[in-house]
Design a binder for this molecule. Structure first.
Ligand SMILES: NC(=O)c1ccc[n+]([C@@H]2O[C@H](COP(=O)([O-])OP(=O)(O)OC[C@H]3O[C@@H](n4cnc5c(N)ncnc54)[C@H](O)[C@@H]3O)[C@@H](O)[C@H]2O)c1
Length: 395
């Protein structure tokens, strides 16, 4: 089989760099395009890297002139912090939609007709009965960030329908963890998701605040469908390898990437203790929240289990069953050698690179954002990626 070469826009970021590592491991050559707004230069070391913006047509023409054998573009370039998108919607629409459209034009001009788009599960409205979602669930966005993904997906669907591009949109759920070889990982100094918080309190010798123990989940604690970023990367590899098959019948395909089960905070604590070999003290506090607005349903974080109908990646790349790869996920997230370079270093402009997390760039925690995001973290199935009732309550 002919060796594949892919262009990864945003390949210096958390997910894009992990996909690039998976490409290398699978004999696919990654070519990285990144403006380093939130990505890290060291994540591109040893890889073909073009520093620049996805809207820079001259640069993209040069990339294709130098790599005419690129078959597929993977678009991971975006700004992804929900509170920042609320504060600066224009900036988010510019970066995630306007520049994305320019990127599409540059790809088409260079005859690159396959696009794998990093989309988000934050655009779904959950099933009122079991709070689950699948690819056919209605789109009901809760934040400007999610709307930028939904709007851009609409553009992609139209462009694909016109026969201009073939597109696979992969909608993610809560990626955490890292490349098992620890080449890259989450590049922020103070991750605010539950696992990041556990790592921080473990190192600080503090207790983990478990907020909310009476949610309607299997053990009362909040539940999310955390997905190992390495599994996400594996799914991208499958999608690249089987692109033509997946898009044969429809030029625009949407596929959820999740485990379909979810992990509760208590389960995450247990996995953490298994990996570290030491108990993780926790302080349990009731959750504080207003009742959902009338008619508004809580959002579940798990995709539905596969069922006939929606497309699935060939090869079944994602794990199934209870606690999929949880210990591995914790282990790989714990060791973050790439974060050494972050110590004491103020990052330049740009938001924290994880959707639904608060906080500011430069590793300077914004207390309002931390509080906002932490409450999201501890929320159960109902709160989803950007719980509507919490938006605007950043205190
Ligand atoms: N992290 C999550 O929780 C999550 C969940 C679902 C979907 N996603 C999607 O996955 C993709 C990657 O997210 P991530 O977590 O790796 O974020 P990230 O911030 O780590 O990576 C984004 C990368 O894109 C680059 N970039 C941004 N705008 C650019 C532009 N105009 N031109 C060139 N490069 C640009 C950044 O420098 C960064 O390296 C995004 O599209 C995001 O919406 C992320």
């Amino acid at each position: 089989m002919k060796a594949l070469k892919v262009l990864i826009a945003g390949g210096a970021g958390f997910i894009g760099s992990t996909i690039a590592s998976a490409c290398v491991d699978n004999g696919i050559t990654p070519v990285i395009l990144d403006n380093l707004a939130t990505g890290r230069r060291e994540f591109t070391e040893g890889r073909t890297f073009y520093e620049g913006d996805i809207c820079d047509g001259a640069l993209i023409d040069r990339i294709f002139a130098e790599h005419p054998d690129i078959t597929t573009a993977v678009d991971c370039a975006a700004l992804i912090v929900v509170p920042d998108s609320v504060a600066n919607p224009l900036g988010y629409y510019r970066e995630n939609v306007s520049k994305g459209i320019q990127f599409l034009e540059h790809l088409v001009r260079n005859d690159c007709r396959n696009l794998l788009f990093s989309s988000s599960a934050s655009l779904y409205r959950a099933d009122p009965e079991d709070f689950s979602v699948d690819e056919n669930s209605p789109v009901d966005t809760l934040s400007p960030y999610a709307r930028t993904k939904a709007v851009f997906e609409t553009v992609l669907a139209d462009v694909a329908a016109a026969g201009t591009l073939n597109v696979i949109s992969l909608r993610y759920f809560n990626p955490i963890g890292a490349d098992p070889q620890l080449r890259t990982g989450l590049q922020i100094r103070t991750p605010t998701h539950a696992l990041g918080k556990m790592i921080d309190v473990h190192h600080a010798g503090e207790a983990f605040p478990l907020t909310g123990t009476d949610y309607p989940t299997r053990d009362g604690s909040g539940l999310r469908d955390y997905v190992h970023v390495w599994d996400l990367a594996a799914a991208h590899i499958k999608a690249v390898e089987h692109f033509a098959t997946i898009t044969r019948e429809a030029p625009y395909r949407v596929i959820n990437l999740g485990t379909g089960r979810g992990t509760t905070v208590r389960e995450l604590v247990t996995a953490f203790e298994t990996v570290t070999g030491t108990p993780l003290p926790t302080t349990e506090t009731p959750h504080h929240r207003d009742p959902p607005p009338p008619g508004r349903l809580r959002r579940r974080l798990c995709p539905r289990r596969p069922r006939p109908g929606p497309p699935r990646l060939e090869g079944g790349t994602l794990p199934r069953g209870r606690h999929p790869r949880l210990p591995a996920l914790v282990r790989e997230a714990r060791h973050r050698p790439w974060r050494r370079g972050l110590t004491g270093e103020a990052r330049t402009a740009g938001p924290f690179p994880s959707e639904c997390q608060g906080g500011r760039a430069g590793g300077v925690p914004d207390p309002a954002h931390r509080s906002f995001s932490h409450r999201l973290i501890e929320t159960p199935e109902g709160r989803g990626l950007a719980g509507r009732p919490l938006l605007g309550r950043r205190t």
